[in-house]
Design a protein around this ligand. Structure first.
Ligand code: XMP
Length: 523
């Protein structure tokens, strides 16, 4: 994608690297992450107006410490080194780094010695004479510290434990910080990044969703030409936004395919079809393959087998439908930037790379080429894009739903009857979570059907029926999660409704496990 004013983030393996790029983009300046060992030619071609060197777990004196091409310091482009990025600047530019006497993690108080550019407007400043000093909290995470400045640098801030918490070489526009401005715990971190992006690197806030849509629509049109494109719709945000954006670009050249695999949520198929067909007037084929999937899944208990069956069957159904559309050349897919970064990471191909709703095999079998219009976006940006495209909030802010659907929430054997029991219980959980105003406050909320039966009494009769577990979690990215403290009254309503309305359930329990050590899904 062609954006003129952009910031390059070189990745040295910090857990916060993505956050740096996001913080820059929040300022409406385009930012991309490249691995630290990218060639200088690639960097020249990228033409950044500023470069940020991320933190990282290494020490610059490790035998194989990751170091960038030294030529980055001769590009004439402003550079900001963060944490490890600071230490490598010190080492590569002729300073000295040593192990800190005391390692410093977490909160520290920054004392600013010079607030002329990078630290401009950041709370209280110089410690001069009787000048009062307001605390400026920053977030540290390092074991090394600068012992000797590289030539041309001066100290611009310190903490009690780090005599050089920030340094600058104003002539060359090089700056370095021992702390992390990208994390929320660093007060004024955003202000500091803004100073780097706008005042020092001279970027303008041109990267808006509107400009993204204009550029991307143009690119899709050029790429697709007059060819036909298919797009798999899962009901999730990414594929829906991909479809709407593709539709805006190439209209009737696009055909979306939505497969009902028999383990979708209640009313899902109709909801998705209505939205895309009526609201956006899209070509969409909805395939009711529920019987076909459920037959294959019948009595299957092993979770990985369930996943495989659903994945393979999806490819078959999709392929059969797509073949009916003559001369299809492209498959549009909602790959997001975190997946792209993962796959270009210098750490090598990671086990985390997602095969994205099982479409990987389609490319090979059907000789399709890929269009991935969201590959530069983070998840929250996809939501902003969806809103800008006029998509309903119901689709934009919906909870993640696993590709294998309810099948991995039916613990034990999947059968059509058990799928129906869970579908009804799940719908009640969501209805009540929504009506209590909790839907947007939790990451996911759902029901799980357990493989045990328990005794109950209903009227004068003894029952021996299924147990449903209710799970609701809070999370930022799904990697870690805590159980959500749903009020007892809401849990009470959910339990009453499920037991009264869903035939075959006589007991409801609430899951109070966090991840780790548990996972969000039960299978
Ligand atoms: P876990 O259970 O690993 O889930 O804590 C983390 C997130 O991933 C989703 N999930 C899946 N998504 N296919 C998917 O597309 C799967 O097989 C799958 N398993 C888990 C889960 O819903 C949660 O958001």
């Amino acid at each position: 994608m062609e954006f003129k004013e952009k910031i390059l983030v070189l990745d040295f393996g910090s857990q916060y690297t993505q956050l740096i790029a996001r913080r820059v983009r929040e300022q409406k300046v385009y930012s991309e992450i490249l691995p630290y060992n990218v060639t200088i030619d690639r960097i020249r071609e990228f033409a950044p107006k500023g470069i940020i060197l991320s933190g990282g777990p290494s020490s610059v004196y490790d035998k194989d410490a990751p170091l960038p091409d030294k030529a980055i310091f001769s590009l004439g482009v402003p550079i900001l080194g963060i944490c490890y990025g600071m230490q490598l600047m010190a080492r590569m530019l002729g300073g000295k780094v040593a192990k800190a006497a005391k390692r410093e993690y977490g909160r520290a108080e920054l004392i600013i010695d010079d607030d002329s550019d990078l630290l401009k407007g950041i709370g209280m400043t110089r410690r001069r004479g009787t000048a009062s000093r307001a605390p400026n909290v920053v977030w540290m995470s390092h074991g090394d510290r600068i012992e000797k400045y590289p030539a041309g640098f001066v100290k611009i801030a310190h903490t009690d434990n780090s005599p050089v918490a920030a340094m600058a070489d104003r002539k060359r526009r090089f700056f370095a910080l021992q702390f992390h401005p990208e994390v929320v715990h660093t007060e004024n971190g955003t202000k500091l990044l803004k100073n780097f992006v706008f005042n020092i690197s001279k970027c303008r806030p041109l990267w808006t969703m509107k400009s993204f849509i204009e550029t991307t629509v143009q690119e899709i049109r050029e790429k697709a030409g007059k060819d036909k494109v298919v797009c798999a719709i899962s009901g999730g945000v990414d594929s829906a936004v991909t479809a709407v954006l593709m539709n805006k670009a190439i209209g009737k050249q696009l055909t979306c395919i939505f497969v009902d695999n028999g383990v979708l949520r209640k009313g899902e198929a109709v909801k998705v079809e209505t939205m895309l067909k009526k609201h956006f007037r899209m070509n969409i084929i909805c395939v009711d393959a529920a019987d076909r999937f459920l037959k294959k899944l019948n009595n299957v208990s092993d979770p990985e087998r369930k996943r495989k069956i659903i994945g393979n069957e999806f490819i078959h159904v999709f392929q059969e439908e797509a073949k009916k559309i003559k001369d299809t050349t492209y498959l549009a897919q909602g790959t997001l930037y975190p997946d792209v970064i993962e796959s270009i990471s210098f750490k090598g191909p990671s086990a985390m790379i997602k095969s994205h709703h099982n479409v990987g095999g389609l490319l090979k079998n059907m000789k399709l080429k890929l269009i991935e219009p969201l590959r530069e976006l983070f998840k929250d940006e996809v939501r902003v894009l969806g809103r800008e495209l006029g998509m309903p909030e119901e689709i934009i802010s919906r909870h993640p739903f696993p590709g294998p659907g309810l099948a991995i929430r039916i613990i034990g054997a999947v059968t059509p009857v058990r799928a129906e029991i869970l579908r009804q219980a799940d719908a009640i959980v969501l209805e009540e979570i929504k009506s209590a105003g909790l839907y947007d406050k939790v990451w996911q909320a759902f029901a799980v059907l357990l493989p045990i039966k328990t005794v109950g009494v209903m009227g004068d009769e003894r029952t021996y029926e299924n147990v449903v577990a209710v799970r609701a979690v809070k999370s930022v990215d799904g990697m870690t999660a805590d159980w959500a403290q749903i009020p007892y009254e809401v849990l009470g309503i959910i339990s009453n409704r499920i037991i009264n309305e869903v035939k075959g359930v006589n007991r409801v329990v609430f899951d109070i496990s966090s991840k780790p050590p548990s996972t969000i899904e039960w299978e």
